[in-house]
Write a protein that binds this ligand. Structure first.
Ligand SMILES: [Zn+2]
Length: 73
């Protein structure tokens, strides 16, 4: 398992967090957890970065300010 190569920078929570395990679809160990905005709002997904298979997907709430922003669209 590789160490964290990237420094934790002060960007908002849109950081792709490495997740242990292999993709059930292509078996690559490229799983990352991060929020995505799709129809119906924000979801926190675990996605394979190799084939883009979604392993898990759950509702997720952004920080208040951004949530307000999306509400005004
Ligand atoms: Zn995959």
């Amino acid at each position: 398992m590789p160490p964290f190569p990237r420094p934790q920078e002060a960007t908002v929570s849109l950081v792709k967090e490495p997740v242990d395990g292999a993709c059930p679809h292509c078996a690559a160990e490229e799983l990352r957890r991060y929020p995505v905005n799709s129809e119906g709002g924000w979801f926190l997904v675990v996605k394979c970065q190799n084939c883009l298979h979604s392993v898990t997907r759950e509702r997720w709430h952004l920080l208040g300010s951004l949530q307000l922003l999306s509400d005004t669209i």
